[in-house]
Design a protein around this ligand. Structure first.
Ligand code: NZQ
Ligand code: ZN
Length: 396
């Protein structure tokens, strides 16, 4: 196990009706005025908006609102949020929604305290040294932003989707009521499940040795996610299954499962180009890219993929034919994505093989000529992985 530091100050308030406590919880901070940040309207339709407003008013908290965050959140609303926070002297942001709303809130929180252009953080020209605190009410278990250091924003000019992170951006608190996820369309539930599974894989696929504890924690988390997902497909309002998915989404990405080991993240980089070019749902893009990445890198460490296949996907041991066992694990993963109604080829996800040069061009702009930990991928490797994800070559 490698040396590590792990700092996760977020208070998680989990369970039924917990969103009603939001006003009271904010009064524990030294807050003068709150920005209530939300998305495209799901919180109004579900009634959560009214609950939050009532709770803030009851606690005597003064606030202003900024809605309209789109999935794959964009820089223009971040700039608007920063201006609004400065004008209104906001000192706390409450993000009510999914990863997109929370990421937009994090970017605003860092931008308010920075003299230059907030995009400098995403350009690696500056590091976050201060940020106003944020709290969240999560409505979709997926991105894990409610417990993570990261924010991912798309700059509209040039269509650049990039991430950055800082411990200063971890939410002060995150309220997670699994019942709030009942209103999710099955497509969003499924995409969220693929995303959290991918967050496990980005940590699981590693060259680090002697990481058996986190290996096993991730295998158990993955098995629990798949079991709960199958329950939700049949019974979307099953509280226990929704609760499992909610907490799994948080631990898959708050860092606790990645300690002491080298993490990967190449597949996320490959996917971000898909969501930037096609405005694709992040989880759907990952359902396409992860199997392709795994097949491409399988021979780099067959034992790693063999372990995943046997421990998490129940493939019987066969030490004589490790590669076949490892590959069967990937086939079962794809089968699970299909069960969820997710695409597993570029074409099914609405992308086109002809656009691969465009994807590579942006990848180069965002990541340089090579990137990756488990395997260093150059642009030719990336081209082959995108091609593997295309239905012409993806025959599984
Ligand atoms: O905008 P509204 O109307 O709220 O609708 C949203 C949105 O259309 C809807 N939704 C959310 N909760 C709902 C609901 N609809 C009905 N009932 C509910 N309870 O779902 C749609 C998707 O929401 P979004 O916030 O975009 O989903 P998600 O949480 O998957 O976030 C995706 C974004 O997070 C980034 C992704 O790249 C993408 O931009 N990521 C952020 C990470 C991080 N900060 O740590 C890591 C991830 O790997 C990821 O890259
Ligand atoms: Zn993700």
């Amino acid at each position: 196990m490698d040396n590590f530091r792990f700092y996760s100050p977020t208070e998680f308030i989990f369970g039924k009706d917990t969103e009603q406590e939001v006003g009271k919880r904010i009064t524990q901070e030294q807050v003068k005025k709150v920005l209530l940040h939300y998305g495209g309207g799901s919180i109004k339709r579900s009634g959560l908006y009214d609950t939050v407003i009532a709770s803030l008013k009851e606690a005597g908290i003064s606030f202003v609102e900024l809605g309209g965050v789109k999935p794959n959140p964009i820089d223009s609303l971040v700039y608007e949020g920063i201006e609004l926070c400065k004008k209104e002297e906001i000192d706390f942001i409450l993000a009510v929604g999914g990863g997109s709303v929370i990421d937009s809130a994090k970017a605003i929180a860092a931008g308010v305290k920075y003299d230059g252009d907030f995009w400098d953080f995403f350009d690696r020209k500056a590091r976050v040294e201060d940020a106003i605190p944020i709290g969240t009410i999560l409505t979709i278990p997926a991105a894990g932003s409610e417990g993570s250091t990261a924010t991912v924003i798309t700059k509209e000019e040039g269509n650049l989707k990039r991430g950055m992170g800082s411990d200063l951006l971890r939410p002060v608190f995150s309220i997670i009521n699994p019942e709030l996820t009942y209103t999710l369309p099955m497509w969003q539930t499924a995409a969220g499940i693929v995303d959290m599974i991918s967050h496990l894989f980005e940590r699981y696929i590693t060259k680090s040795k002697d990481v058996i504890l986190t290996d096993r924690l991730m295998e158990s988390t993955l098995i629990s996610i798949m079991e709960a997902a199958r329950v939700i497909l049949e019974d979307p309002e099953n509280y226990e299954a929704r609760a499992t998915i909610c907490w799994a989404g948080t631990i898959a990405h708050n860092g606790v499962l990645g300690v002491g080991r080298e993490e990967e993240w190449s597949t996320h980089m490959l996917e971000h180009e898909l969501s930037a070019l096609y405005d694709m749902t992040h989880g759907a893009g990952l359902a396409v890219m992860f199997p392709a990445y795994m097949k491409y890198t399988l021979l780099e460490d067959v034992d790693r993929y063999y372990r995943l296949a046997t421990e998490a996907f129940g493939v019987p041991h066969n030490y004589e034919h490790k590669e076949e066992v490892a590959l069967e694990g990937i086939v079962r993963l794809m089968g699970f994505f299909v069960e969820l109604g997710m695409p597993i080829t570029l074409e099914e996800a609405g992308a086109s093989r002809e656009d691969i040069p465009k994807l590579l061009e942006k990848l180069k702009e965002n990541q340089g000529n090579s990137f990756g930990q488990f395997v260093q991928l150059d642009l030719e490797d990336c081209r082959r992985i995108y091609e593997l994800a295309s239905e012409e070559t993806n025959d599984e």
